[in-house]
Design a protein around this ligand. Structure first.
Ligand code: NAP
Ligand code: G3H
Length: 486
């Protein structure tokens, strides 16, 4: 099944108008594994002219795709989920090499994605329109009624990040397709190969030519062209706040759905179950080496219980396995590239120079950063505010819950936060005041389950994802008003 998208000399092609094609430019980008620097494959650096061709094909194909009944579109999604599940190990293996994901997480990403696609098909079939009689508005009688259905938007440009190349591509593609849109997928360059496997799965599931097209090439070269293309009707982006802001500045009048960076706080109160808090914080902060938008990225703990929490955290962090995901099941994997590891190292150094207390970690070997915990982090340190996207966690001691809320809300980000307390009133008091999309009570910050709303406020995003929410975001109401009589 995968032979069409690759593989002479490991050169991968793009899916455009139902065909797997090479770029005419002959320009290839080599993708090296963050694990051992071996070459995973080469992808096409498409020219703007080729990008244009892909987008125009998507525009044309959408005209007939929108007329296909929802139950038929759903059938294709069910088939894609089935094929994806069958190919779990192949795709997980590619992800392990391309983005250094550990095996358990890579397999779970593929399976979660199959579940996501199936649930999306189910959700679309059960979505209904509405009829609104006019007489509820002052001055109107029953001589008018609005019949409201949902319409697709047209061509959806899906731009995905490196850390979930399959799941964060599919969570844009499946809702867009089932709503009747066509798709142009621009995956992260490091992550493209995994995403191309996903594209092949959708094609094999029976999508008509042109309904799903892929674009590869560096964002810095073709990104601006894609997001300002006149035939793109909607942009669904996940990635850094920096790129998200750029897209929102230049893509005039295009509707956007964006999930961006975060600095999720875990607020731990004096009455918290500290064992539960420590377990969740360690799992939340260090899985996939902290390269998750929803990773716990700072601890705000009430001073009176901080020493006990630190001891428990250290005990659990010591047990994390660091190493090569291609050789064994590990918790801490190499970061995606040298630049990412340099950035995290810079944050560590600055925190230490300014007096933060290193509890554990602080070491680097190549792109591996050992799981690191700093206590007594103060608000003048970059580590208190910046998103490391690495396995490094600051503890900021607070005197009470109000100080925790104030520091949490001072962040430019507002993705999620956790509150650990046994007092439900305190949990609600804090949750009510936090400027974030989601507050987790007595749990780590995390996106799933995938039918929950998932959103960031402030610099963490625009709009709401989550299966039904994403379908709604990528469709619009269409009102047909029936006027009865004179
Ligand atoms: P990134 O550097 O912002 O890249 C994201 C995507 O944007 C990639 O496909 C990239 O392509 C593309 N891109 C780059 N420049 C562009 C431009 N000018 N126009 C259009 N697209 C452009 O992010 P990343 O390094 O992949 O992911 C890490 C960041 O994403 C972190 O900040 C993290 O918090 C955030 N993230 C957020 C969520 C969430 O749900 N909130 C989820 C995952 C990640 P190239 O790879 O070719 O540059
Ligand atoms: O990296 C961003 C993802 O949306 C986080 O998803 O909480 O399931 O790891 P997750």
């Amino acid at each position: 099944m995968f032979s069409s998208l690759c593989c002479e000399n490991k050169v991968y092609k793009n899916l455009v108008n139902g065909q797997w094609i090479d770029s005419n430019t002959g320009n290839l980008i080599e993708i090296f594994s963050p694990v051992d620097d071996s070459i995973v494959g080469k992808i096409q650096a498409m020219s703007k002219k080729e990008v244009d061709f892909a987008i125009e094909n998507a525009k044309e194909a959408q005209k007939s795709w929108r007329t296909i009944p929802v139950n038929k579109r759903a059938q294709i999604l069910y088939r894609a989920a089935e094929l994806l599940e069958e190919k779990t190990n192949d795709i997980a293996e590619i992800m392990m090499r391309e983005i250094a994901k550990d095996k358990k997480s890579a397999v779970s990403e593929v399976q979660r994605t199959a579940d996501y696609i199936r649930f999306t098909a189910d959700a679309a079939k059960s979505m209904e329109g509405e009829t609104i009689p006019a007489d509820s508005f002052p001055g109107f009688n029953r001589s008018k009624i609005s019949v409201v259905t949902r319409e697709p938007l047209g061509v959806v440009l899906a731009i995905s990040p490196f850390n979930y190349p399959v799941n964060l591509s599919a969570s844009k593609i499946a809702p867009a397709l089932v709503a009747g849109n066509s798709i142009v997928l621009k995956p992260a360059t490091q992550g493209s190969i995994s995403a191309l496997y996903l594209a092949r799965v959708f094609q094999e599931a029976g999508l008509p030519a042109g309904v799903f097209n892929t674009i590869t090439g560096r964002g810095i070269e073709i990104g601006d062209y894609c997001v300002t293309h006149p035939s793109v009707d909607f942009i669904n982006f996940t990635g850094s706040t920096e790129i998200g802001k750029r897209i929102s500045q230049i893509s005039t009048m295009k509707p956007l759905l964006m999930e961006l960076g975060g600095k999720d706080a875990a607020i731990v109160l004096e009455d918290a179950d500290l064992e539960l808090a420590a377990k969740n914080i360690v799992a939340g902060a260090y899985s996939y080496s902290g390269q998750r938008c929803t990773a716990v990225k700072r601890i705000l703990v009430v001073d009176s219980v901080a020493n006990v929490l630190v001891k428990k955290l250290k005990f659990k962090i010591e047990k994390l396995k660091v190493g090569n995901p291609l050789q064994e099941q590990v918790d801490i994997v190499p970061l995606i590239n040298v630049k990412a590891a340099d950035f995290v190292e810079g944050l560590m150094k600055e925190a230490q120079e300014k007096g933060a207390k290193l509890i554990i970690g602080g070491r680097r070997e190549g792109n591996i950063i050992y799981p690191t915990l700093f206590d007594n982090v103060t608000l003048d340190m970059r580590l208190a505010w910046e998103e490391p996207f690495g396995p490094i966690l600051p503890i900021i001691r607070i005197k009470d819950r109000d100080e925790g809320i104030a520091i949490a809300n001072k962040s430019e980000y507002g993705l999620q936060a956790s509150v650990f307390t046994k007092d439900i009133n305190s949990a609600f008091y804090i949750a009510d005041k936090l400027e974030v999309g989601t507050v987790q009570v007595n749990n780590k910050t995390e996106r799933g389950p995938d039918h929950f709303p998932f959103l960031g406020v402030k610099s963490s995003g625009i709009g709401t994802q989550g299966i039904r929410y994403s379908i709604e975001a990528m469709s619009r109401p269409k009102a047909i008003v029936i006027n009865i009589g004179d």
